[in-house]
Write a protein that binds this ligand. Structure first.
Ligand code: CU
Length: 131
């Protein structure tokens, strides 16, 4: 048996619960988290005298990039000066990681910044950042 007062109280409580559940969705909070944490992209490549296995890398603006590089011979460096990203690939066979999030669109250079022999100056590639 339900009195009128109890039924009204139950309706109010139900309404309050429904509003609490709907509010985050109404504010767009459900999609906010997905947009704030874009998936990262992992790019694997090797380096040797005097070439990177990838001469061109294409990435998206705002998406975190992890470049994993392994040297096949001597110590090399990997630097993307425009994004202040660099790593030393000191141990041949061991993976070095470079992490950055491209925040501008365009074409940029990456290069070896540890002298590795006569072709060192030509050990470079292009990073293309797209929308
Ligand atoms: Cu070099």
């Amino acid at each position: 048996m339900t009195t009128g007062a109890t039924a009204a109280w139950t309706r109010r409580r139900w309404l309050k619960a429904a509003l609490a559940a709907a509010a985050p969705a109404a504010l767009g909070l459900g999609t906010y988290h997905a947009a704030a944490a874009p998936r990262q992209v992992v790019i694997k490549m090797t380096v040797k005298r005097f070439e990177f296995s990838k001469k061109v890398i294409v990435v998206k603006k705002g998406v975190p990039v992890v470049i994993e590089i392994t040297s096949l011979d001597v110590p090399h460096g990997f630097a993307v000066p425009d994004f202040h990203a660099r790593a030393e690939i000191v141990m041949p066979g061991k993976v070095a990681q470079v992490r950055f999030t491209p925040d501008k669109i365009g074409e940029f250079q990456y290069l070896c910044d540890i002298f590795c022999g006569e072709g060192h100056e030509k050990l470079e590639g292009r990073l293309i950042v797209r929308v």
